[in-house]
Design a protein around this ligand. Structure first.
Ligand code: PRP
Length: 213
């Protein structure tokens, strides 16, 4: 499990508790997803390569640093979209490529419905964004697609993960670092994370239908 990083940062633990609380409304939920994405990316990008660069301050010529890699962000639609804004704020030169997947309610298997990746991967590092790692099926399939596309250095940035999903993803893609805010206890019979936070896509986009659950 050397590639699994569950943040121990107090701000992350505080914010993920607020996020999961059923009393948190959609507006606050979206804000917390953004804030948690910023904090998780701060940790997940700690090993980005640097290049030296010469420049002038108003006082003298000197040498500094710039990020020495191109970065692609791959949010898994829908819920991954909630993480994009914070990610491009932190990484303003990053390119954003979209993959759409939903989990079939009967089989719990991911169904791919949207793929706008160009023919070849132009990025040195690809960060796959999805707040939820439940069975792990969506993340495993998304990362397989990203690998077939040509990406070689890939990280998964999530918020809550179940042990089942963490195991599946780290077994299927042992080279992919997994960054999470919290590891939860288990999946229930419907393959939802327990205690979890419910359906991240519905809570982000305000699409919880009364009486549907
Ligand atoms: C959720 C979540 C992940 C997936 C996780 O998406 O955002 O993409 O389920 O489950 P898994 O690990 O078992 O594959 P969902 O299918 O609810 O679609 P949505 O984002 O459009 O709401």
């Amino acid at each position: 499990m050397g590639q699994v990083h569950v943040s121990a940062h107090p701000l992350v633990q505080h914010k993920v508790t607020l996020l999961a609380d059923e009393r948190t409304d959609s507006k606050t939920f979206r804000e917390l997803v953004r804030e948690l994405t910023q904090l998780l990316l701060y940790e997940a990008t700690a090993d980005l390569p640097l290049q030296t660069t010469d420049y002038h301050t108003p006082m003298e010529a000197t040498t500094g640093y710039r990020i020495g890699a191109s970065i692609g962000l791959v949010p898994i639609i829908r819920a991954g979209l909630g993480m994009v804004e914070a990610a491009v704020d932190a990484l303003p030169r990053a390119e954003v490529w979209h993959l759409g997947m939903y989990r079939d309610e009967a089989t719990h298997r991911p169904v791919s419905y949207y793929n706008r990746l160009p023919e070849t991967c132009p990025d040195d590092i690809v960060l796959v964004l999805d707040p939820m790692l439940a069975t792990g099926g969506s993340a495993v399939d998304a990362i397989s697609v990203v690998k077939q596309w040509g990406a070689t250095t890939i990280k998964f940035i999530g918020i809550i993960g179940a042990p089942e999903g963490i195991d599946l993803l780290s077994t299927a893609h042992p080279d992919v670092a997994i960054h999470l805010a919290r590891q939860d206890r288990q999946l229930n019979a419907d393959r939802f994370i327990i205690p979890g936070l419910g359906d991240a896509g519905d809570r982000l986009f305000g699409t919880i239908v009364a009486g549907a659950e």
